[in-house]
Design a protein around this ligand. Sequence first.
Ligand code: G1P
Ligand code: ZN
Length: 545
Amino acid sequence: MDIEISTVATTPFDDQRPGTSGLRKATKVFQQPHYLENFVQCILDSLPQKAGARLVLGGDGRFHNREAIQTIIRMAAANGLAELIIGQGGILSTPAASHLIRKNATDGGIILSASHNPGGPDGDFGIKFNTPNGGPAPEKITEAIYAATKTLSAYRIAATDPIDLDRIGETTLGGLTVRVIDAVDDYAELMQTLFDFDLIRDYLGDGRRMVFDAMHAVTGPYARRIFEGLLGCPEGTVWNGEPLPDFGGGHPDPNLAHAKKLVETMYAEDGPFFGAASDGDGDRNMILGHRFFVTPSDSLAVLAANATIAPGYRDGIAGVARSMPTSAAADRVAEKLGVDCYETPTGWKFFGNLLDAGRITLCGEESFGTGSDHVREKDGLWAVLFWLNLLAAKRKPVAEILREHWQTYGRNVYARHDYEEVDSDGARALMDDLGARLPAMAGTRLGGRTVAYADDFAYTDPVDGSVSEHQGLRIGFEDGSRIVFRLSGTGTSGATLRVYLEQFTDDPADYERDAHALLEPIASLAAEVAKIEHYTGRDTPSVIT
Ligand code: G1P
Ligand code: ZN
C-alpha cells in the first residue's frame, strides 16, 4: 500500500547519550513527544546504507513496548528501509534478537528494553541498537548516534494504521516489508544444536524437580517451550511465565534480593535439585542448586572448565573473557586449559570484537551474565541449559560440582555491594577523591594487607586498538584479594555505587564457609578507604549479591 510520509520538525534532547547498555530512562521520559522518534531517527541515520536496510525489532514486553514498536515501524517505512523482522506480540528476548540478526544477516536490530529495571508507567524503558554481528553497538557507534541527537532538527514518519503484532505474517508499507514471526522458534532450534536435549530430558525425567522463574518477563514463552515442551518437564516448572507490562509489579532481576521466593524454595528442606531465573529481557541468569547459590563468576569458570560436555563446545574453547569486576575464577581455568583470558570493561559490547575474531568462545560478567559465541549478547536460558547439560552429564548435585571445582582451582570468594540511588554529586566526589589517592597507594599497607596495584582501569581492545578509559577504580592486594569501585551506567535516578569484593582462598575449610562472612574484613576496608558513609550518607549497601 502507498504511504503518506511526513517530515516532522523537532528539537534536540540533551540527555540521549547511551549508557552501559543503550539509552535507558524513566518511561515517562520516553513518552514525551518526539523523544523516542528523535533517537530512532539518529539510529536509522547511523546505518551505513539506510535505504533498503533490514532490521530485527522486538522488546521485552514492558509497558510502552507495543506503542514504541508501532512508531519504529512507521519511521522505518518513512526512512526507506526494506524489511523489519518482528517477534510476535512485539516480544523478543535480547539473545533471541541477537540470533535473528545473525541468522537473517540483517543490518542490525533495535531492542526495546530496560533489562532488569522495573517497568510500567512509573518504571523504566530503554532502546538499544545492535550491529550486524548481533551485538550491542560499540562505543564508536553509540557516540556517533549521541552526537547526531544533539543537532537533529527533523525526523521522518509515515501515517499508517498500526500493524497487528499478534498475527504471524507479512505486511507491506510502501517499500517496507514487516514480517511478524514466531519469537521462540529460531531460538529453540539454536539451543538444540548446542546442548544434548535427549540427555537432559532423560535426566529430568528421573523424577528430578527443577524450577525456572521467568519473573513475568520475556523468557516466559521461551522457557515454557523449552522446559515444559521440548524437555518434558511438568507444567508449573516455569513460574511467572506470562510476560506482563509491569512484570507483575516486581523487579525483574534474577538475584538473591529480587528472586526471593525462588531462593526460599531452593533452600527449603525438600527443595528442587535445580533452580534458575532470568531477567526482564532474558539475557541474565541466576543458577541455584539445592541450598546452594552459584556466583555468576564461578558459573563462568565452571562452564569453561567443563565446556566439552556440551555438543556445541565438544571441540573445546578458544579462550574466555570476563569483565574487570568479575572474579578471576575463570582466569584460573583458562590458565589450566592453556587458553587466553581477557579482562574487559563492564558491558557486553566489549566482548563483541573478541567473539568475532574467534579469540574467545565463552564470556561472562559478575552481574548474572554469561554467554558464548552462539550469539553476541549474554544469554540467560543458554546458561540454564548449559548447567542442565552439565548436571545430566555429571549426575552430581550443583553443590558438589562447585566443591570439586574449588578443590582443583581454589575459590575466588566474591560479592558485590550496591549503594543505590545515592546523590550523584556525592558519588562523583567519592570517585574523584579515591581516584586521586590511588597512585600513591601501591606498596602501602591497608587493613593489614599490602597493596599490589591501585589504578583506574583502562582497556585497549586487542582487535581494533580502541581505548576505553575510566572503567572502574581497582585496589589489588598481594594476597590475591581485590576491591573495585564503579558507578553504574544503567541507573535512571541518582547514582549507584558498586563495590566489588574478592578474595582468593585454597584452604578447604573456606569452601564450606559463607562468602559474606569471609569477605567481611575487606568489605569494611572498602567502606573505610572510599569513605562511603561520608560521601553517600549510607552505612550499609542497599543490595548485596
Ligand atoms: C550493569 C552490570 C553490567 C551489565 C549491565 C547490563 O551495568 O553491572 O555488568 O553489563 O548492567 O546488563 P552497570 O549498571 O553496572 O553500568
Ligand atoms: Zn537484561
